[in-house]
Design a binder for this molecule. Sequence first.
Ligand code: PPS
Length: 288
Amino acid sequence: MVSQELYLCYHGLLLPNIAHNEESLNFFETFKFRDDDILAVTYPKSGTTWMQEMIPLLLNGGDLTPVESVPNWDRVPWLEETRIAHVVDKLSSPRAMVTHMPLNLMPPAFFSSKAKVIYIARNPKDVLVSSYYFHQMASFLDDPGTFEEFTDKFLAGQVLFGKWTEHVKSWKNADLGDRILYITYEELIQDLRGVLQRMLGFLGRELSDDVLNQVTEHCLFKNMKQNKMSNYSLVPSDIMDSNKSPFLRKGIAGDWKNHFSPELEAKFNAVIREEIEGTGIRFPWDEE
Ligand code: PPS
């Protein structure tokens, strides 16, 4: 059972009350997209905060001022959260925003716009681990229980924004042509500079080698972890307690190996495989 005090249910998806309400969801549904808008789309814990750091730097020629002076949630706001109504008019063009919504819940105006999308996927086993610790540190989320119990909830989609497989299937099957760029968290870990370069090409921007090197350095986990505008240290500890687990926790690929028993891994893989089967969707981690 999940507490109604903590969550609201939106088209079957659980969203935390702390950041969503009827008004914010109405704002989302009637959002007026512009053709030059840029959206980073993620299932939770897949690299959202990383995108909120990278995209402004790629768009503004590597100027660190916004990422060092504006909190990530106001700098690149969530389309569906309450904050956006307060900051949307202050966003400079092209506007960069994030969303955790699956494609089927995107508002009609999104489909008739030319807004660009960067979709970031992450190994669902690492998503689960990251989310498990997030539930321990965030007082606005329910107690995750044991790791095994939380795994069952994750596989059943009784977690924020529903099933990982539904999210991935919706966006990977999106008929958006060259409006969408697909990247993975694991590619960012392996070759951050290379992916930043791909993102630049997609956004139609250029940076000198030196500036790209500086942006890459700034976006490394160890450096972003120190940025109080991005590490959630501005949030009071009774809401997010970094002593229990920091928001920027480990920042690696493969931490799931420290958490899954062979039995749990087999069960997890079987469920995910069955739900992805027949879609043609393949990820690098499928081979692990
Ligand atoms: S949320 O709550 O949905 O906005 O979370 P999200 O930002 O999508 O995901 C949080 C995880 O992303 C990791 N992260 C990074 N990893 C590597 N390098 C950088 N720069 C970086 N920035 C954020 C963050 O540490 C969380 O993953 P875990 O595995 O918990 O460390």
